[in-house]
Design a protein around this ligand. Structure first.
Ligand code: NAD
Length: 475
């Protein structure tokens, strides 16, 4: 793999590089270019230089380029999945799903780019014609996380390209190799020089100013923690670049006493343990109505105890390692806090001793949890399912909403009225009713409150890279 940054259609080597490790073994699996502020600035220059031409291309022609990237990703599906597994740790089947999911975003936005319609608006005075045009914003900078190291980039790149924006991508330092694999596909797909640029770095803070405060940058799109998101908003104020933020979550997963418990257990398993609990959509607080709490908890613990833990490359593995030791320590702290405050371990509860070389934690179910525990008030980002009980619909909605986050929520019930009321009252950007995966490239994805600003996906995802221009004619 090239240890360089991809700028203006070529791989630019850097004097410094940094090591990338496999969280399943803590061994080095590759090196990445360690770009400094100057190279970041060069990348912005390349994107700026390419913008006018790319913006002038027709949406159909841009769509063709995006379809070629998608084809290149699928042609190297196995290789790219291996790269994701080696630095992120997720099971191989989930890595393959991620590559396919990324291509769905390219496919959707290749089509949606054709629908950046303007408007002809009736004037308030005679003799005037008001035309509203949709214009691409300009150079966009994407800062992305490690949990979906390919898909989180493509979710930004696809609408940006479709809208006619050019882009500089800065991936997470834990997972730069997946980004490199994507840019190899971009290189092979003959994307015009400067349209897509990649800058990898081990010290994101040092690139914040050159990437985010450059006046040539008109859009900042970020997925990551709420804390870093707030830093980016401050940086964007320098030039009032437009900002989209996909941030942390604290998802309630509510199981009412009339729910199909098999479906609820299966849904909780999927929502909680996908990417080992390291997804912004993950169920973080599992609220179960009193009458079914014992039954649900026993079934969930039985299912969780059967999950196979191991390196993502191993056959049949359900749950991989955490991304690094900091992630592991956070999960341990949340479990220790819950136990100290009276929670019970139903299954799991500690480091996976069979896998001492990597950052493994046993898939865990805790019962007797309360709202004050860290695992129920902070994003655990690990394989811990805290079960809390409730009595009434009104009570659980109030408790579920009692968080600074508002990304995803889940409701399991067979009562249509209850489903309607709950989905309307939950203060979250996405509500899955008997659905553990309420995300789609075709629909708005994003959070209320401190979970973000703006939406990715659907037509809103395209609008996030467009600006309206009014042209007023007197004629
Ligand atoms: P993070 O905020 O630490 O890092 C995200 C990105 O920001 C990385 O590229 C990192 O290098 C960069 N970064 C860190 N400090 C920076 C700084 N000072 N200046 C500029 N860039 C900086 O988040 P993470 O730990 O990589 O990801 C986990 C978080 O992301 C969780 O909170 C999770 O919920 C959230 N997330 C949200 C979504 C969503 O769509 N809402 C999706 C995935 C992950």
């Amino acid at each position: 793999m090239p240890a360089g940054c991809y700028i203006d259609g070529v791989w630019v080597p850097t004097a410094a590089t940094f090591e990338v490790t496999d969280p399943a073994t803590r061994k080095v699996v590759g090196v990445a270019a360690d770009a400094g502020p100057e190279l970041a600035s060069t990348a912005i220059g390349a994107a700026h230089g390419a913008f006018d031409k790319w913006a002038d291309w027709t949406a159909q022609d841009r769509a063709e380029v995006m379809r070629r990237i998608s084809a290149e990703l699928l042609a190297r599906l196995d290789h790219i999945a291996d790269v994701i597994v080696s630095e992120q740790g997720k099971p191989r089947a989930q890595a393959i799903f991620e590559v396919r999911y990324a291509t769905q975003w390219l496919g959707w936005f290749a089509e949606e780019g054709r629908r950046a319609y303007g408007e002809v608006v009736p004037s308030h005075v005679p003799g005037k014609r008001l035309i509203v045009q949709q214009k691409p914003l300009g150079v966009a900078v994407a800062v992305t996380p490690w949990n979906f190291p390919l898909a989180m980039i493509v979710r930004k790149l696809a609408p940006a390209m479709a809208a006619g924006c050019t882009m500089v991508v800065k991936p997470a330092e834990q997972t730069p190799l997946s980004a490199v694999a994507l840019f190899q596909a971009i290189e092979r797909a003959d994307v015009p020089e400067g349209v897509c640029n990649l800058v990898t770095s081990s010290s994101p803070g040092s690139l914040a100013a050159p990437l985010l405060e450059d006046p040539r940058v008109r859009k900042i799109t970020f997925t990551g923690s709420t804390e870093v998101g707030k830093l980016l908003v401050r940086a964007s104020a320098t030039n009032l670049a437009r900002v989209s933020l996909e941030l942390g979550g604290q998802a309630p997963f509510i199981v009412f006493d009339d729910a199909d418990l098999d479906a609820a257990v299966e849904g909780a398993l999927m929502s909680k343990f996908q990417v080992n609990g390291q997804s912004c959509l993950c169920a973080n607080r599992i609220f179960v109505q009193d009458a079914v709490a014992k039954d649900f908890t026993a079934r969930l613990a039985a299912a969780v105890s059967k999950l196979k833990v191991g390196a993502g490359a191993e056959e049949g593995v359900d749950v991989g390692p955490l991304i690094d030791d900091a992630g592991l320590q956070k999960v341990e702290a949340h479990v220790a806090d819950a136990l100290a405050r009276g929670a019970n371990v139903e299954t799991g509860g500690g480091r996976a001793v069979a896998n001492p070389d990597g950052c493994f934690f046993e898939p865990t179910v805790l019962s007797g949890c309360t709202d004050e525990m860290m695992c129920a008030s902070d994003e655990t980002f690990g394989p811990v399912a805290p079960v809390l009980t409730f009595q009434t619909e009104a009570e659980v909605i109030t408790r579920a909403n009692h968080t600074r986050y508002g990304l995803a929520a889940y409701v399991y019930t067979r009562d249509l009225g209850r489903a309607m009321r709950a989905s309307e009252r939950l203060e979250f950007g996405m509500v899955g009713v008997n659905d553990p995966m309420p995300a789609s490239p075709t629909a708005p994805f994003g959070g209320f409150k401190e979970s973000g600003l703006g939406r990715e996906g659907g037509h809103d995802g395209l609008e996030a890279f467009l600006e309206k221009k009014l042209v007023s004619f007197v004629c």
